[in-house]
Design a protein around this ligand. Structure first.
Ligand code: PBG
Length: 329
């Protein structure tokens, strides 16, 4: 008689032994909730992201309360700027009365324990939708953009942001922002560097949400965001951002880039985050709406996959739902 000498299925037979050998556990502590804030009253839905809405400051506070109650550690703020406030030099980005700065102050006043992360990038503020200031040829100029990003990051820190998150991929911006924060006595402000950010087609719905899609038109971001075909370059980018003073690094998008998450975590062992971006959210929502996928099961499986890959946390538009589902057990 032949039989398998080893039977891995024995351990899978009952829930108790499955639980005992489970390697990774997803909790609300792993979630960061990205939110869109606009200058208008009330809420405005984002068509390509069912369940996601742009929020007024009042509505933002309501959502923040839900997040805090669900023990989500932090929100990531994304401003939606009115077309009239956009310009070539993106000066609205460091307006102390800008929507992002006001949102930070309102959140920190009301929910001091809830972490607030701000997006440091110029795309919501430029007339062309690029993440930087362009030269005569339309090329996004690095060093003048970094000067603008420093002003933006300082204005966020002054408003009370706990974490500034440069998502622009300019060279040297982490070092410049760190120096300015130290010089401005903002020694506690953390930097979450979008270190490995790819020129991805999965950002489409986000660009609808912040209203940069129309401005960007056929313009793409591949002179600063990374080529999806590259991995070694991601390690180099992470190394540079850490050397310049980043406290945490981000890999973006998420699911198609889990190999990068794993390699970054293994190579550097630093707090590593992944962004399950708008297009990933839209795919899951669309399939669920058609009855083709079970949203709850798929979202929790995907988020667990990020943890297994080595992420310490995930930015996800499903954060509130996921935290509720986890609570329900
Ligand atoms: C821009 C920015 C983007 C996202 C976050 N910050 C889009 C882009 O680079 O064009 C995308 C997030 C998402 O798709 O959910 N600085």
């Amino acid at each position: 008689m032949t039989f398998p000498a080893v039977r891995p299925r024995r351990m899978r037979r009952d829930a108790f032994s499955r639980r005992l050998m489970r390697e990774h556990t997803l909790t609300a502590d792993d979630l960061i909730y990205p939110v869109f804030v606009h200058e208008r009253e009330g809420r405005a839905p984002v068509a390509s992201m069912p369940g996601v809405e742009r929020l007024s400051l009042d509505e933002l506070l309501r959502v923040a309360e839900q997040a805090a109650t669900l023990r989500i550690p932090a929100l990531a703020l994304f401003p939606v700027t009115d077309p009239g406030a956009k310009s070539l030099d993106a000066a609205e980005a460091w307006n102390p009365e800008g929507i992002a700065q006001r949102a930070v102050r309102a959140l920190k006043a009301r929910f001091p324990e809830l972490g607030v992360i701000t997006d440091v990038a110029l795309d919501p503020y430029t007339t062309h939708g690029q993440d930087g200031i362009v030269d005569a040829e339309g090329y996004v100029a690095n060093d003048v953009t970094v000067e603008a990003l420093v002003k933006q990051a300082l204005s966020h820190a002054e408003a009370g942001a706990d974490i500034v998150a440069p998502s622009d991929m300019m060279d040297g911006r982490i070092g410049a922002i760190r120096e300015a924060l130290e010089g401005g006595s903002h020694v506690h402000t953390r930097i979450l560097a979008y270190a490995a950010k790819y020129a991805s087609a999965f950002y489409g719905p986000f660009r609808d949400a912040v209203g940069s899609a129309g401005n960007l038109g056929k313009g793409d971001k591949s002179t600063y965001q990374m080529d999806p075909a590259n991995a070694e370059e991601a390690l180099r980018e992470v190394e540079l951002d850490l050397a310049e003073g980043a406290d945490m690094v981000m890999v973006k998008p998420g699911m198609p880039y889990l190999d990068i998450v794993r390699r970054v975590k293994e190579a550097f062992g630093v707090p590593t985050f992944a962004y399950q971006v708008s297009g990933e959210y839209a795919m899951l929502k669309a399939a669920a709406a058609n009855g083709w996928l079970d949203e709850r099961a798929c979202v929790l499986e995907a988020l667990t996959g990020f943890k297994r890959a080595g992420a310490d946390g995930v930015l996800t538009y499903s954060a509130l739902d996921a935290a509720r589902w986890l609570r329900e057990g």
